[in-house]
Ligand binder design. Structure first.
Ligand SMILES: [Zn+2]
Length: 395
């Protein structure tokens, strides 16, 4: 094969550019680390014929927690939200810094194996930055901010400032910030995060317990926070509506979950939906179809392994295909490609096979038992990713 930096042409039974219809026996022309174009089979000499496969842009996992990749699966039984947070805290307390780095690396490896080229990682202490910057995976590392009490909020702010000063933003990996959730972040800390004008993700309206806490300042969630000695009513945001209005001040802000949101009439939002994690905690369906009808931009994420079986974002898309038959396959595929790239503020260079974007690709064998149409074949089949290319180089 020719060396990177040169031109090469790949062909595949199906090429799915996302920006246009699938091409049967399509060709992808690559120049160095970028895509030079996509075309139907033509007269250009093909360097590598991938054969009976479906070729796509590299997938995007818009929301995960790589540092939870080592979460013991036996702890993941029962979906009581407060017990679940207890188990996440216990896991984090018992994990050494070197174990955490091992878990992050494992998460990176699993992601690449699943065809993911871009990731939105919520990172405790920003600890995934170094490993992600050494890997080929691009995306955003969102420094997780936690602290409802004044002193904890101040410590979180200082830790973030020293992190952002230490790291060197890279072409394909950007720093971001994640004020964790309304029940764990003081309003001043949330405002600080919004003012940074960085990519921002915030868990919001994930459970009815959270809604009850915000509305009444009482109930099991308040009792749980008091027992943990982390509650400060005076620091909590007034309401979900207030959080939504505050987040509107940062054009790069993205909501995560939004399970209990009911009003979609106001300004259009961007939201990451984590389908199998939602299913783990909830018996009622997610309001994602109503959000789509209201014009919201939706991408999919796996969330961390504390609430999900794996980091395979295509499995999330397949889950959505089965759960919401009213959505088209193309709509769903966009949620793990171009929409994900857009929510990570990286769609100018990622998310579709367009000339000038990075040559980030993945391909899957055709499932002979699934429909012929390539996107349906992928979403209704059960094939795994064969190979991933990042910046013009096969991994
Ligand atoms: Zn999450």
């Amino acid at each position: 094969m020719k060396e990177s930096g040169e031109q090469k042409t790949l062909s595949a039974r199906w090429v799915v550019p996302i920006d246009g219809p699938p091409l049967e026996w399509g060709q992808v022309h690559i120049e160095g680390e970028k895509i030079a174009g996509v075309s139907k089979a033509g007269t250009i000499e093909v360097d590598e014929n991938l054969g009976e496969v479906i070729l796509l842009p590299g997938l995007v996992n818009a929301h995960t927690h790589l540092d939870l990749t080592g979460f013991p699966q036996e702890r993941k039984n029962g979906s009581n939200f407060l017990e679940w947070i207890d188990s996440v805290i216990a896991h984090r307390m018992s994990t050494t810094p070197s174990q955490m780095q091992e878990h992050i690396q494992k998460g990176i490896d699993q992601s690449l194996k699943a065809g993911v080229c871009l990731i939105g990682d919520i990172s405790a202490g920003g600890h995934s930055w170094d490993l992600l910057s050494q890997s080929k995976l691009g995306g955003v590392v969102y420094f997780e901010l936690l602290g409802l009490k004044r002193d904890r909020a101040q410590m979180a702010l200082e830790a973030f400032l020293s992190w952002i000063e230490r790291i060197k933003p890279q072409d394909c990996l950007s720093p971001g910030v994640s004020p964790h959730a309304p029940y764990s972040v003081r309003i001043e800390l949330l405002n600080f995060a919004i003012e940074q004008e960085l990519p921002l993700q915030m868990h919001l309206a994930e459970t009815l317990l959270e809604i009850e806490l915000l509305q009444t300042r009482k109930g099991p969630f308040a009792d749980w926070l008091i027992a943990k000695n982390v509650y400060d009513e005076s620091g909590m945001v007034p309401s979900v509506r207030n959080v939504l209005q505050l987040l509107d001040r940062n054009s790069q802000s993205v909501l995560v979950h939004g399970t209990c949101l009911t009003d979609f009439s106001e300004k259009k939002k961007k939201l990451v939906y984590c389908p199998r994690t939602h299913d783990f905690f909830n018996s009622s369906p997610h309001p994602m179809p109503q959000m789509l009808s209201a014009g919201w931009e939706i991408a999919l994420g796996t969330d961390g392994l504390s609430s999900n079986p794996d980091l395979n974002v295509l499995s999330e898309a397949r889950f959505v295909r089965a759960k919401f038959p009213q959505l088209s396959s193309d709509q769903i595929l966009r949620m793990i490609t171009i929409n994900g790239a857009a929510l990570l503020c990286a769609d100018r260079k990622n998310g579709s096979l367009m000339r000038g974007k990075y040559a980030n690709l993945c391909y899957f064998p055709i499932d002979l038992n699934a429909p012929v149409e390539p996107v349906e074949n992928l979403l209704l089949g059960n094939q795994s990713c064969s190979r991933v290319m990042i910046h013009g180089k096969w991994m």
